[in-house]
Design a binder for this molecule. Structure first.
Ligand code: PMP
Length: 289
């Protein structure tokens, strides 16, 4: 495997970062997870844009332009001969002293790993997932805004551990006011009376690229889409529920906190969106070859 680090493609053995990198010492950095389908990088521009927005929010100067980063991403996929897969694009604050002051870090590091992806078992896509609400609340946007896709994922990891302890794969995370924010690595949608609802960014959701794509698909299908605050009561009484994420794609949810959602099977609108999403992933994106 060839890995891009600071302008060079190197072998997996040589792809190393310093123990003084503040990405490691403090989680000081940002990242993106991007999919490759059918020889194309899906929604590459949107991911690079979001990376730059995250960078701006944490005052991190990415030492490459949008265009250079897009080219480096595509080149890394080509160097690894990939037609399907997953890209992890990381920008760390770089090497500094042991103190947390980012001023000691002079050169942010850019790392691009293009590899395969392990998705959830096909069985879950066919029959839907059970999820639970966990006690760990989503980071306050006034503390560490969940819109920043930072290397500091401990908030999500704690929630994931709680989901695992409850015997499920994903967790509903509420914000400090008790409204639904999102899941540990996915956004959440419900369908109620023919309208699609998803929590607003102000509730603590990431501005998910898949979330945006699904909203566009729904609007094209003349479905009403809105972003109100949602409570667990709204989830329990939904007609359909699904999660969205670059890795998970669209995952039907059939049970939340022991309450059966809708018919207990992936709903017809969820299935239709899954079909349309796959049609889009297979036909659009930045060509690698
Ligand atoms: N929320 C969180 C916390 C995430 O980490 C992710 C990315 N896996 C998402 C939502 C989904 O975002 P996207 O559709 O851009 O992958």
């Amino acid at each position: 495997m060839k890995i891009f680090i600071d302008g060079k493609l190197c072998s997996e053995q040589d792809a190393k970062v310093s123990v003084f990198d503040h990405g490691l010492l403090y989680g000081d950095g940002i990242f993106e997870g991007i999919r490759i389908y059918n020889g194309r990088v899906f929604k590459l521009k949107e991911h690079i844009d979001r990376l730059f927005y995250s960078a701006k929010a944490i005052l991190l100067d990415i030492p490459m332009s949008h265009a250079e980063l897009m080219k480096a991403t595509v080149d890394t996929c080509r160097a690894n001969d990939l037609r399907v897969g997953y890209i992890r694009l990381i920008v760390t604050r770089g090497v500094g002293t042991l103190g947390l002051n980012p001023r000691s870090c002079k050169n942010p590091s850019v790392i691009i790993i293009a590899n395969t992806i392990q998705v959830y078992p096909a069985e879950l896509y066919a029959h839907g997932m059970s999820i639970v609400t966990v006690p760990t609340v989503r980071n306050l946007h006034s503390a560490l805004n969940p819109a920043i896709k930072s290397l500091n994922y401990l908030n999500n990891i704690l929630a994931k551990i709680e989901a695992n302890n409850a015997g499920v794969e994903e967790a509903v995370m509420l914000n400090s006011e008790g409204f639904v924010a999102e899941c540990t690595a996915d956004n959440l949608f419900i369908l109620k009376n023919g309208a699609l609802l998803t929590p607003p960014l102000s509730a603590g959701a990431l501005y998910g690229i898949t979330r945006g794509t699904v909203m566009e698909l729904a609007e094209k299908a003349a479905l009403k889409v809105s972003e109100p605050n949602l409570t667990r009561y709204d989830l329990f009484n939904a007609d359909e529920c699904f999660l969205t994420g670059t890795g998970a794609e669209i995952m039907p949810v059939v049970k939340i906190d022991g309450r059966v959602i809708g018919t207990g099977q992936p709903g017809p609108l969820t299935r239709k969106l899954v079909e349309e999403y796959h049609a889009l992933t297979n036909s659009t994106g930045e060509p690698i070859y």
